[in-house]
Design a protein around this ligand. Structure first.
Ligand code: NAD
Length: 330
C-alpha cells in the first residue's frame, strides 16, 4: 500500500435542477447582506436571474469577467466592490467568472459563492490563475476556495454543444492527471474514474440533445468530481502545457485542453501503463490516447492546435507538433 495524504476543502455544495432559487438562503448562510454578482458577457442572462432572485440582497452586477483572469479586469471590479460597499461575492458563469470571484475574494477577504455554468471545476479548487503583461501565474490558498457552490443543471442546458464538449474534456483532463499524480490516493482515484465514465457517456448524449437534463446532470456531476481531483492533487505535464499556451499565446482554455489531452496520454506510455488501462476502461475504448482522440473527433471537438489559431513556430517540440497537426496518437 502506498502511503498518502488527502485534504479536502470546506466548500458547501448544493446540486440540482432549479437550485439557483436557494441563492438568497445560501448568501445569508455565508453572512452576506449586500452582494456583487459577477459574470462574463456570455452568462449575463443567468447572472441577471441570480440578481433578480437576490432582491434586496443585491448590491450590483459586474459583467466584465474575462478568460485567464486579467489583473486589469480585477482592478476595475475591485473599485466597484469598494464603491458599492458589498460584503459578499456571487460569480455566475464558467471558470472565467469563478476566477474573478476568487481574485476579488483573496484581495478583500469577502465570502464568495459560485454558480458554475461550465464543466471547468474551478469552483471546488483553492487555486487562482491570473494574467498580466508577463504571462500567467498561479497561486493556491485556502481562502481562494469558494464558500459554497450552487450547481444548477438548468443553467447548463444552454451551454453550446461545442463548448460543452471542450469544457467536458477539460474536466476529463483533471481526472486523467489525478490518476497519475504523485499525490494519487484511493479517494481521488475513485472520483477520477467515475468522472471519466460519467463524462464520456454524457457528452455524446449532449451532442445529440443539448437539452437532455439527465445527461447534463451526469456531466455536471463529473465536472464536480473531477474538480475535487484538481483541487486536491498535483496536476502534471498536460496542465503545465495548457497553462503555458494559455498565458503566453492567449489560447482558449478548454479547447486547448481538448486538443492536448490525447497527445499527452500518448507521450510517455511507459510511465503510466496501469493508468492508461484504467482510463481506457473508464472511457470504454481499447487504447486510452487513440480512443480519446477518436471520441473527441466523433463529438465534433477540436483535434489540432492549428485550428485553434496557434502559430506553427510556437509548436516547437514533438508533442506540440503532433498537437499542432492533430496527428492521431499511435
Ligand atoms: P469561460 O468561463 O470563459 O466560458 C467560456 C464561454 O462560455 C464564455 O464565452 C462564456 O460566456 C460562455 N458560457 C459559459 N457558460 C455558459 C452557458 N451555460 N451558456 C452559454 N454560454 C456560456 O471558460 P471556462 O472554460 O469555463 O473557464 C476557463 C477559465 O477558467 C480560464 O481562465 C482558466 O484558467 C480558468 N480555470 C481555472 C481553474 C482553477 O482551478 N483555478 C480550473 C479550470 C479553469
Amino acid at each position: 500500500m502506498t502511503p498518502f495524504e488527502f485534504t479536502s476543502g470546506p466548500s458547501r455544495v448544493v446540486f440540482g435542477p432549479g437550485i439557483l432559487d436557494r441563492l438568497p438562503d445560501e448568501v445569508t448562510r455565508a453572512g452576506g447582506t449586500r452582494v456583487l454578482v459577477l459574470s462574463g458577457s456570455g452568462t449575463a442572462e443567468a447572472a441577471g436571474r441570480a440578481a433578480a432572485l437576490l432582491g434586496p440582497l443585491l448590491g450590483g452586477h459586474f459583467a466584465g469577467a474575462a478568460m485567464h483572469t486579467p489583473v486589469g479586469v480585477t482592478s476595475t471590479a475591485l473599485e466597484l466592490v469598494r464603491s458599492l460597499d458589498v460584503d459578499c461575492l456571487v460569480s455566475v458563469g464558467g471558470g472565467s467568472a469563478t476566477g474573478l470571484g476568487k481574485a476579488l475574494a483573496v484581495r478583500t477577504g469577502l465570502p464568495q459563492l459560485t454558480v458554475p455554468t461550465t464543466y471547468a471545476g474551478s469552483e471546488v479548487t483553492p487555486v487562482l490563475g491570473e494574467t498580466d503583461q508577463n504571462g500567467k501565474t498561479t497561486r493556491s490558498a485556502p481562502e481562494i476556495l469558494p464558500r459554497a457552490v450552487l450547481y444548477d443543471v438548468e443553467l447548463t442546458l444552454g451551454l453550446p454543444v461545442a463548448l460543452s464538449v471542450t469544457s467536458g474534456v477539460n474536466a476529463m483532463a483533471h481526472a486523467v492527471e489525478a490518476l497519475y499524480s504523485p499525490d494519487a490516493n484511493p479517494a481521488t482515484d475513485t472520483m477520477a474514474v467515475r468522472a471519466l465514465t460519467l463524462m464520456s457517456r454524457a457528452l455524446p448524449r449532449i451532442v445529440a440533445d443539448p437539452g437532455d437534463v439527465e445527461a447534463r446532470s451526469d456531466a455536471l456531476t463529473a465536472a464536480w468530481l473531477a474538480g475535487i481531483c484538481l483541487g486536491t492533487v498535483r496536476m502534471g505535464l498536460h496542465h503545465k502545457l495548457c497553462h503555458f499556451l494559455g498565458g503566453k499565446y492567449g489560447m482558449p482554455h478548454a479547447a486547448t485542453h481538448t486538443v492536448l489531452l490525447p497527445q499527452v496520454l500518448a507521450f510517455n506510455p511507459a510511465a503510466t501503463p496501469d493508468v492508461l488501462g484504467r482510463i481506457a476502461g473508464a472511457l470504454g475504448v481499447r487504447d486510452a490516447a487513440a480512443g480519446l482522440h477518436d471520441l473527441i473527433a466523433g463529438w465534433g471537438g477540436p483535434t489540432s492546435l492549428r485550428e485553434l489559431g496557434l502559430a506553427e513556430e510556437a509548436a516547437d517540440d514533438d508533442l506540440l507538433r503532433a498537437a499542432y497537426r492533430g496527428t492521431r496518437p499511435p
